[in-house]
Design a protein around this ligand. Structure first.
Ligand code: UGB
Length: 603
């Protein structure tokens, strides 16, 4: 042991001695080299061991196992080893759904029935460095017509599913769908505050569990020597380990067994900023149930080189196969290395033949628990060091191991039923990941994945859905906001409960209604029926739980106007600036019906 540690040995507790031993045995003696004599910096030494203990217990297999894996992965990386060595990629088979077709409607119906046996898990520990927003991403408005933030949209959607599913239950029993949010030190306090200051957006607080992921130790060199914090030599530098942590956290929390005992059958994982997400959930849950998928990944058609992973079938020379997400930076080199000299390119459909992973996973709980009993929730990791030069001997900055939740199937036996469901992008996927400057640089034809495009996608989806339901909805106009050309459809927004499935929506909208492009229609209620409405302006309907409202007639007013703004204008709130527009509520008609009773708005 280095002198620094030897001098302090007597002052250490037995637990601390054990941790020190583990560090020495794993080649980490350097962390003690600068230690001051006993009596000096004692609090910092105590904090050091507390941190080491935390790093040790929060990682499946402990810190020693982390260091061992790191050494192996760093050696592979230095040797330039291809993680897919021996595997050939091909396009897998899955369920391809088209919105509003009969089989889509059937899957939705089954999905809603199954929802009472579901639990939802949101991974929201990421800071979203690409977006550059200062707050937590789930607090961002998904769209600014209603102002509903992502977290509110998710919770209201889960509650809508819960209510609809319980209504269909044969035994008439109620249930509370469990909702887990994985947070990190970067997001935990703010997520909790957002929930508490909004009464959990209508959910029972006991229904919601926050599980905080810990960061992992940083590695300073190819020997996996732990990197010390440059500001504090008694502290190991740490960085996020990735969304794959969610499996180990769920397992160690004990929640999975509790859910199993309570009759939960499906666990649905999803990400922090997709304002279309729940439009695809009922049908894909239906696919899981009918096709009996142990793992069902949701996917959308993907443009070649788009920054989302590709769902790929990998077949090894030794016969092993798996259906897995290949991350966007790996798919192109993998294809080039296996006889596709052009790499990841669009085919005649204008899309890559590999469907795009939107990282919404539906796992069947029973087989999931069985697998986690074996793995403890550990997910195959990777390392991505930025080397100083081609000799690959030193790093530009410390690195760490990372893992992704969609890599869960990598350890599954070949008998596992791993499938996927492809949906229309306009229906199911519009994340908010890129800041305005980067979004404006996205190659033409590829999605911006910005706050601007995320909001516009919601209006487009709702407009297209109403069209499918028979309504006449005005064509969009093209406008440029924050340097991004987008389609601006009528701003139609409803509460998740109003339109959970296509069948619900079709029942509530008659074919004789029309909404012009300049219009905004905001439906805050459940039983609102749109009959013979001709809207050219803005209309807001608020209906209480027990009010049934029929809307007819002609509404014409100036409406709500989208005004361009400069994203650099610091006088505006950041969540508005990142869209490049704000809504000027020039004129609208607003009606509120508390109920109980039947009401009719004849404009
Ligand atoms: N997240 C955590 O909870 N903890 C972490 O440590 C890190 C992230 P990003 P990424 O849908 O377009 C994913 O950063 O990782 C949460 C898929 O890997 O938004 O670049 C974070 O809060 C990729 O295959 O995305 O790419 C957020 O909710 C593709 O599907 C989520 O994890 C891509 O998403 C994702 O984090 C996509």
């Amino acid at each position: 042991a280095p002198l620094g540690l030897r001098n302090n040995l007597r002052a250490l507790s037995p637990d601390q001695v054990e941790l020190a031993k583990m560090l020495l045995e794993t080649g980490q003696s350097h962390v003690f080299e600068h230690w001051a004599d006993p009596g000096v910096d004692d609090d910092r030494k105590k904090a050091f061991f507390e941190q080491v203990a935390r790093l040790d217990t929060s990682y499946p297999g402990g810190l020693a196992s982390y260091i061992k894996t790191a050494r192996e992965l760093l050696a592979d990386s230095k040797a330039g080893k291809n993680p897919f060595d021996g595997f050939k990629p091909s396009v897998p088979n899955g369920e391809v759904l088209t919105f509003a077709e009969d089989n889509f409607i059937n899957f939705e119906e089954t999905g809603v029935k199954e929802a009472r046996k579901a639990a939802f898990v949101l991974v929201a520990g990421g800071l979203g460095e690409r977006l550059g927003y200062n707050g937590i991403k789930v607090a961002l408005p998904a769209e600014t017509t209603s102002g509903r933030c992502f977290l509110q949209y998710y919770i209201e959607s889960i509650l809508a599913l819960q209510e609809a599913s319980c209504r269909l239950a044969e035994d008439g029993s109620g249930t509370q769908i469990p909702f887990v949010i994985m947070t990190s030190d970067d997001t935990h306090a703010r997520t909790l505050r957002l929930l508490e200051s909004n009464s959990y957006f209508g959910m029972q607080p006991s229904q919601v569990k926050l599980l905080k992921q810990e960061k992992v130790a940083c590695l300073g060199d190819n020997d996996a020597r732990l990197a010390l914090d440059p500001q504090d030599k008694y502290k190991i530098q740490t960085k996020p380990h990735g969304h794959g942590d969610v499996h180990a956290l769920l397992y160690s929390s004990g929640l999975l067994n509790l859910w199993h005992d309570a009759g939960v059958k499906w666990v649905l994982f999803f990400q922090d900023t997709n304002g279309l997400l729940f439009k695809g959930i009922p049908a894909s849950l239906g696919v899981s149930a009918i096709r009996q998928f142990h793992v069902n990944s949701l996917a959308v058609p993907r443009k070649a080189k788009e920054a989302i992973g590709g769902i790929t079938k990998l077949t090894h020379a030794d016969g092993r196969t798996m259906v897995i997400n290949v991350e966007y930076n790996q798919l192109d080199p993998l294809l080039r290395a296996t006889g596709h000299p052009d790499g990841d390119v669009n085919d005649e459909t204008g899309f890559s033949p590999f469907p795009g992973n939107i990282n919404q996973l539906i796992l069947e709980l029973g087989p999931y628990i069985e697998e986690l009993k074996k793995t403890g929730g550990a997910i195959k990791e990777f390392v991505n060091p930025k080397y100083k030069d081609a000799s690959k001997t030193a790093f530009k900055s410390s690195t760490r191991l990372e893992c992704m939740m969609q890599d869960y199937p990598k350890t599954l036996p070949p008998t596992a039923r791993v499938g996927f469901t492809v949906m229309d992008t306009w229906l199911a996927y519009a994340p908010v990941k890129n800041n305005p400057e980067d979004a404006a640089k996205v190659p033409k034809g590829n999605p911006y994945h910005s706050a601007t495009s995320g909001e516009m996608a919601i209006y487009r989806a709702n407009s297209l859905i109403l069209r499918k339901a028979g309504a006449q909805v005005g064509d969009p106009v093209r406008q440029v906001f924050n340097g991004q050309e987008v389609e601006v459809w009528p701003r139609i927004v409803w509460k998740p409960k109003w339109g959970l499935t296509f069948s619900d929506i079709r029942r509530k909208v008659s074919s004789s209604c029309s909404v012009s492009q300049k219009s905004s229609l905001l439906l805050n209620g459940n039983d609102i029926f749109i009959e013979d409405l001709s809207l050219d302006g803005a209309l807001v309907i608020n209906a209480g739980e027990e009010a049934e409202v029929t809307v007819k007639g002609k509404v014409e007013n100036e409406g709500w106007i989208l005004e361009s703004i400069d994203y650099k204008d610091a006088s505006l709130p950041e969540e508005i600036r990142i869209r490049g527009f704000r809504i000027n509520k020039a004129e609208h008609l607003e009606k509120t019906y508390e109920g109980p009773g039947k009401f009719c708005l004849e404009a």
